[in-house]
Design a binder for this molecule. Sequence first.
Ligand SMILES: [Zn+2]
Length: 624
Amino acid sequence: MMQYLFLLILASLLGTVHEAAGGPGTEAIAPSHDRPVAAGVAPGGFVAAPFPTEAPPGPVVVDGLPAGSAPNANLVTYLDISPSVVDISGTESVNIWVQTDGTVTSAEVEHFNGSTYPLTDYGGGLFGTTLSHDLALYNYAHTSYPNVNRFGYINLYQGSTQVLHGWLSVGVEDRQIPSVSVSSVASDMQATPHLVNLVWSFSDPSQIDQQAVAKRFYQVYGDDYDFLNIISTPSYFGNRYHYEVRNAVSGIGLSIFDNSADFGSSGQLLGITRFPIPVFYFDGAERTMSHETAHQWLQNLSQVSELQGVTPHWPVSELARSVLGYSTPGGQGLSFPWDLTPQGNGDYVMHYNPLADQYFQAMDMYLMGLAEANEVGTYAVFTDQSQSLCNGCTLSGPTVNVDVQDVIAQYGTRSPAYPNAKTHFRLANIIVSQSFLSAREMRYYDYFARRGEATIPIQGNYPWAVATWERSTISMGLGTECGDDSASTATDLLFFSHHTTPSPPRVGQNFSLTASASNWSSNTAHHITFFTEIPKGLEFVSAELNGSSTACYGDELIVCVRDTMQGWESVTLEITMRAAQAGSFEHRVGVSSCNYDWFPSDNDSSTTIRVEANKVFLPLVTKP
Ligand SMILES: [Zn+2]
């Protein structure tokens, strides 16, 4: 077996980089590309996307109530933007409907173009208007937040008093979104490979009967999923949230219970995450997706006195440097993107670190069953939890220390414990709507669901596999093609390699690189997905999977999907890029499979691509 492994490595090193012709010679050696340094980032952590160097103006809500919509979010029964996804090169207009509780007297769109557009009062608390395609796509730039356009606010008034000021966003389909087929599953159900659309009768999306939705899902699909994500359109102004359906884990502050039968599952379903807003607030790759899923195990340690009685997020402490973040006194989750530097007198100074809240820390990982107790350090917790937080702020002591023994003393050791606890999780994504979504909307939400499987950072997001130190994976695939839980521990092994560039391309040239994954067993592996993000400074030209250009899609984020991989088979990804500017660029490829014996760090690979500047020929200057 080892000999075969060696041959695979050797074969993968023999690949070639194809350079296009042209370009004069060069002498310049590009300076090393600066990467942000992540203090205290989890092992295996890496950086692929540029980050803002400025601290955000205030804490970011992790669970995600849209800015400005609190505290009067309950005035709105639903906000319907239809279609919720438009074609970037299309002409369709967008209808905006807002159903209020009857106390709202007027409504308007405050558009980012500086104009306001009043909504017509249709009586009964219903307001509506239509915006042109151009207004909905106003100022859309793929680089700001890809495939989402925020074009303004919805303002609601009681008399002359503004009572709500919430975002208006529309999904944008461009060539980044893959073409997936939509199948009719039942008279009330259609599906793509990573999304079920269930037609449901409801007037208030916050009151959708989630048990009934789950039961309907299980009438058609197998009891193969650990988590259900329930998304709805129309949306309502509410936080994303997670709740446990079943818990069999001891030592994490939760009792042992099983309510899965109430949801139509026979003991497989662990929990449900509710996404009230589909566009922008549902993205499998985004931190909140990981945050909500982790609430299955975090944080219920109310008896650990060092934590100052704070749940379900961490108190203001070194623990809060995590995807889980910290809790306000009301329990709302806020991000904590700060390093804490001790001052020697018991005080700490906060320094903005945009990576600090992108990974789970070791205490999280222990409670999630993804780290051993002896990997958990000691964390300082501030006894004064009401201090103001900002970049450069000083947090005053005293602090108390908490470590894993404090948790074990109250609740016993986690059981099952890492590495025997479950590390691969299957999620099913169900979008509930009043009528069938369009094929465009299905493609769009399928894409955002699938992003959760990525094993490399994509577009500034650190998906589950990355945030969990490459110790855990999630699958978003539906049906039996991903196998059940027992299949996830099958002996399939994907050995992954990524070619380095033997000679640097020059600015303006096209070049290719290849990466390959091999199924190092006789078993069939399923649902193989390659992910790669094209670094800024390079431009995507084309990609092929085993010579087929149709297997890949994307623009900056390239995703290539192979449904099955036979035993002993290798699959090669070839990406052609154009060197747009000189410099050194880190290129990363990741591969995921739901039927995958997980070998940390074998699932992704990076290589540095050096692009050399063209020689500049100065014109000869002749003295007159
Ligand atoms: Zn939360």
